[in-house]
Design a protein around this ligand. Sequence first.
Ligand SMILES: Nc1nc2c(ncn2[C@@H]2O[C@H](COP(=O)(O)OP(=O)(O)O)[C@@H](O)[C@H]2O)c(=O)[nH]1
Ligand SMILES: [Mg+2]
Ligand SMILES: [Zn+2]
Length: 314
Amino acid sequence: MEGVVIRSTGSWHDVLTTEGSISCTIRGRFRLQEEDATNPVVIGDRVTIQKNVDGSGVIVERHPRHGKLSRRAAGRRVGKEHVIVANVDEAWVVQSVRKPRINPGFIDRFLVMAEVQTIRAGIIINKSDLLDASAEEHIGFFVELYAGLGYDVHMTSVKTGEGVEELRRILERGIHVLVGPSGVGKSSLLNALQPDLKLRTGGISEATQKGKHTTTYAELLPIGEARPDGGFIGDTPGLREFGLVGIEAAELSHYFVELRDRMGECRFPNCTHDHEPGCRIKELVEEDQVAVERYESYINMLRSIQLGDADVGR
Ligand SMILES: Nc1nc2c(ncn2[C@@H]2O[C@H](COP(=O)(O)OP(=O)(O)O)[C@@H](O)[C@H]2O)c(=O)[nH]1
Ligand SMILES: [Mg+2]
Ligand SMILES: [Zn+2]
């Protein structure tokens, strides 16, 4: 029997099958297909199970993964990765028009993370009901910028319902993750998409929210009908601290889609597009062919990497 791991609490894994959810352990001598990863089974994994007479189950095989979302393993063991959600089809960064205002640095770090992990990425800009004339211009600029780079961009409002149905049609297929700072409306959006989730929203200051109300185990929340081949949103404490797995300063520009194909035009092959003479990327910024906002994000991330502090998602 096959299914998808929808909850993981350490030694027990809930596997959603066509017969419902089954609590499973992992077979003792479970063979790891990827021995450089720290965890054998995570939410999103497609697995084969055997049912026990008492109704529980045993995971006997993990199917090959695609689109996994990982972070560096604790202790910075080089090369070791810690997968937090498997088989991610699309990762979304959630921002809001105002309260809090859009943070392009956050978006760009997230997009780099998605490019590193070769996961399709999208941007949700919530609270479109708060658009006024000045915000319209500012937000419109970023919508065009990111859509022009090839990312999916959606404007939504939980208050008016704008864009919510459209988003539901996307999220009810495949495995998705939502990442975003506190207060942008992630929980409100999920409640609007799936009212039976009843997630807590707003009203708590960011400082007090940190200790309380934290997800303590990893879970896939179904969007629409709960079926093994249905749509899910990954919800895990690990999402708050994922980072760039072993990324080097000299390769950072590979993960900026508009820089990727132009780097060969710099004088030095290992150009970091910072201080080097003959840098074509800096010319492109001056010629307005590369957005200065993206270049600034690039330089900020370059500094983080050079300082050994390359975590994103905070
Ligand atoms: N005006 C407006 N407020 C919203 C919208 N979505 C959420 N909010 C409010 O924003 C605050 C934070 O929402 P919440 O869902 O808790 O954000 P989270 O921290 O990202 O989960 C709450 O007071 C919500 O009522 C929206 O589309 N428009
Ligand atoms: Mg929330
Ligand atoms: Zn350069």
